[in-house]
Design a protein around this ligand. Structure first.
Ligand code: FES
Length: 385
């Protein structure tokens, strides 16, 4: 560090304050990355179990810039519970940039699993004209030329296809400079989410290739489809050159179970770790209780202490939300650390896959409330937000 002289350095704070005032005076009145309000303008079926939801900006009246592959965190009010949920943006960034006709789309899938109540609510209950507040953009699951190889093989499962649809559309528009091959695993052809979009993108752009991999025992698959699972052999087949030579980046997005399988297949191919990027969809499922139990969760917030119920089948963040205790969340998969809290007593299940804590946090009893499940009565110290 350069030291000029005592007075110059001591007066540094004044210069910083002056520069800050100048920036504020010339800044936008709106905070660009938070608290956007959008109106839902369209809902459309994109498979028998998936719906695409379109938003247009209201306040501020422009959409913020984002990268293909990032996600939006939506504020939801469901039966008295205020919660947030992250959704990968399935539309391309250029669509959000185009002025009057700009919009942003997410795609949600229906599920009967009782703990996935937010996706079900979005799928079943939202209507055109509804307004949502949102925070965006988030996540580092996007193509970065300084970091990633020019050739990308995307390994997707279920609704994990959505960030790749955004990337493919951005490539086809000429705004993203990479070659994308998508291996997309589905149980059956009717299960494929955004199938028409994917086919149209692959047909319109030679840099985008889509290979559907069907795991069910379905006869007469269309040409170009593969049967089975996304395996090492299949990955090798659709990789130019050798998977281990570092000339291809692999992007993985899908449910936790698929993520584990695909990472093992990439390991068989000796793909260098720096060439693998991952995005886990949703909370990793707990492996603990066979039957649902309800524990007592003592929540310390400043001087306040509250005892609330916490179900063994739901992460602690959901218990806080059900009790109306404010708690910041964004990724809801254990990665970002927004929901960091300190576990003072009790036992929780922390899935290895969803454990994005720093080493110091692990050693000092901190947890990410969105991705830990109670195994006993617990005491949790949460920040005042
Ligand atoms: S919300 Fe990201 S770690 Fe919990």
């Amino acid at each position: 560090m350069k030291v000029n002289n005592f007075f110059w350095d001591a007066l540094g704070a004044t210069r910083v304050t002056r520069a800050r005032r100048k920036l504020i005076a010339h800044g936008d009145a709106h905070a660009p990355y938070t608290d956007h309000v959008g109106e839902l303008t369209d809902v459309e079926d994109v498979s028998p179990t998936a719906r695409r939801i379109t938003f247009e900006a209201i306040s501020p009246d422009v959409l913020p810039p984002f990268q293909a592959g990032q996600y939006v965190s939506l504020d939801l009010q469901i039966e008295g519970t205020v919660t947030t949920r992250p959704y990968s943006i399935s539309s391309a960034p250029y669509v959000a940039r185009r002025g009057a006709d700009s919009r942003l789309q997410i795609t949600v899938r229906h599920t009967d699993a009782p703990e996935v109540f937010a996706a079900r609510w979005l799928y079943e209950e939202v209507r055109v004209g509804d307004e949502f507040s949102a925070h965006l953009p988030f996540g580092d699951f996007f193509y970065e030329p300084l970091r990633d190889a020019r050739r990308v093989v995307a390994l997707a499962g279920g609704s994990g296809i959505t960030p790749f649809v955004s990337m493919a559309a951005e490539i086809a528009h000429g705004s993203l400079d990479c070659d994308l091959t998508i291996l997309y695993g589905s149980v059956s052809t009717t299960d494929i989410v955004l199938r028409e979009d994917l086919e149209a993108l692959a047909a319109s752009c030679e840099r985008v290739r889509v290979v559907n991999v069907i795991s069910g025992d379905e006869k007469g698959l269309p040409d170009g489809y593969e049967q089975g699972f996304i395996s090492a052999e299949l990955i090798r087949k659709y990789t130019q050159g050798s998977p281990s030579d570092g000339g291809t980046s692999y992007f993985v997005c899908g449910p936790a179970v698929m993520y584990t399988h695909v990472l093992a297949e990439l390991a068989k191919l000796e793909v260098p770790e720096r060439r693998i990027r991952t995005e886990v969809f949703g909370s990793p499922r707990k492996a603990g209780h066979a039957k649902e139990q309800v524990f007592e969760l003592t929540v310390k917030r400043g001087l306040e202490e509250t005892v609330i119920p916490a179900r063994s089948t739901e992460p602690l963040a959901v218990a806080l939300e059900r009790a109306g205790i404010p708690n910041h969340t964004r990724c809801r998969s254990g990665a970002c650390g927004y929901c960091r809290a300190r576990l003072l007593t009790g036992e929780v299940y922390v899935p290895e896959q969803g454990d994005g804590r720093r080493l110091a946090d692990k050693q000092n009893g901190y947890v990410h409330a969105c991705s830990v499940w109670p195994l006993s009565d617990c005491t949790l110290e949460v920040p005042i937000v």
